[in-house]
Ligand binder design. Structure first.
Ligand code: EPU
Length: 350
């Protein structure tokens, strides 16, 4: 185990916010965490897990011991009649995993191409895009208990996946509560990729690509290329403009609430869910309040997609996490005043 002190975190969060970790350990396998637990000084410190840093807002230096998850590995772990089971280490870059699976002939993750972040972070918020969510392709994961160092496996039901949510986002409220936030870290994730693959093309942006190209039976690699092109056209590349992807979740409302909102603005973008509730496009709500392209301090609203907040800081005037949160609160207030809906942030605020 290698302990590093006063580590700049700017390269480790896609928002590009400057902050330091007072102490940081790179976790490449279960033995690193066991070494932390065996160390009399480190074992008493609070801990903060860091993956690809693509879903966090840093509001200051991190005083807790940062566990930077860098577990490597990418392999075909098993084959069943119906699936290829691919295992990836928590530290593997998500997009690299998607690209690798397609290059090796295992389709199924193509709709989730180019999502920033690491494999280990992907189950935490059950990432998803263009009609496919992580839980649709998930088999199991290995996690390590942050108190005992014990390694255990969880299946999909035990992970409690729902829209941008899992047990890893919730702290335990008692002995029977499965909340694992702060209690366990993800080491490896296994994906079940279907041998009888079917393209998922129900999403409007992909339908448009089929019409544009005249290709109505795309391969998985073709869908991967389309998704990359769609995302590059409307989402900022974190290497160029700091951001954490969608900043708010798309809210769900009852049909009555939706009728009330339609009465205020008939153009509101909404989708009917199987359970009778209605999902609203948060980006549309924010856009309708006039936020697209606006800034507060050095934090801004991306000009091509209002759901994405961006870093508009410079070397002399860096953007702080506080400015991002001030902008987020101003957006929440105006959407609430106009539509009566309180938007819920997606990233974890540290
Ligand atoms: N819209 C606007 N103005 C905007 C933004 C969106 O009018 O500024 C409208 C769009 O025209 C569209 C609707 O809102 O009719 C939905 O927009 P979009 O298709 O871009 O998808 P989204 O709901 O904003 C979600 C995910 C994205 C994911 C895309 C594609 C959430 C919170 N976000 O965005 O995920 O890539 O669908 O599946 O669920 C992420 O989580 O970081 C992320 C990028």
């Amino acid at each position: 185990m290698n302990l590093e002190r006063n580590v700049p975190l700017q390269p480790y969060n896609t928002f590009g916010i400057a902050a330091k970790a007072v102490a940081l350990v790179r976790v490449r396998g279960e033995s690193d965490l066991r070494a932390v637990l065996a160390d009399p000084q480190l074992s008493t410190l609070p801990r903060q897990v860091l993956g690809g840093g693509s879903n966090i807002v840093l509001t200051g230096d991190v005083k807790a011991l940062v566990l930077k998850m860098e577990v490597p590995g990418l392999r075909l772990a098993k084959e069943t009649d119906k699936h290829w089971i691919i295992e990836a280490g928590a530290g593997v870059d998500w997009h690299e995993l998607v690209d690798w699976t397609l290059a090796h002939g295992y389709p199924g993750l193509e709709n989730m191409a180019l999502i920033p972040g690491t494999v280990g972070a992907s189950p935490v918020q059950n990432i998803g895009a263009y009609g496919v969510e992580l839980q649709d392709r998930f088999e199991s994961l290995d996690a390590q208990d942050l108190l005992t160092g014990e390694v255990f496996s969880l299946n999909a039901a035990q992970c409690g996946f729902s829209y941008r949510d899992s047990v890893f986002k919730h702290a335990s409220a008692g002995p029977d509560d499965l909340g694992l936030a702060g209690r366990a870290v993800i080491l490896r994730v296994r994906f079940a990729l279907p041998k009888r693959w079917k393209p998922e093309l129900g999403y409007a942006d992909l339908e448009r690509k089929m019409t544009e190209t005249g290709n109505h039976a795309p391969t998985a690699r073709q869908i991967f290329d389309w998704v990359c092109a769609i995302r590059r056209a409307k989402l900022p590349d974190p290497q160029v403009i700091g951001n954490a992807g969608s900043f708010f979740k798309n809210p769900t409302v009852t049909p009555e609430q939706c009728a009330d909102i339609i009465a205020r603005d008939p153009k509101v973008v909404h989708y009917h869910l199987d359970d009778g509730r209605i999902k609203l496009a948060a980006g549309w709500l924010i856009d309708a309040c006039g936020w697209k392209g606006k800034s507060v301090g050095h934090a801004g609203v991306y000009e091509k997609q209002a759901l994405v907040l961006v870093n508009r800081g410079t070397a002399e005037h860096p953007c702080t996490g506080g400015e991002v949160m001030t902008l987020a609160k101003a957006i929440q207030t105006s959407v609430y005043e106009r539509f009566g809906i309180l938007l819920e942030p997606e990233p974890v605020v540290i």
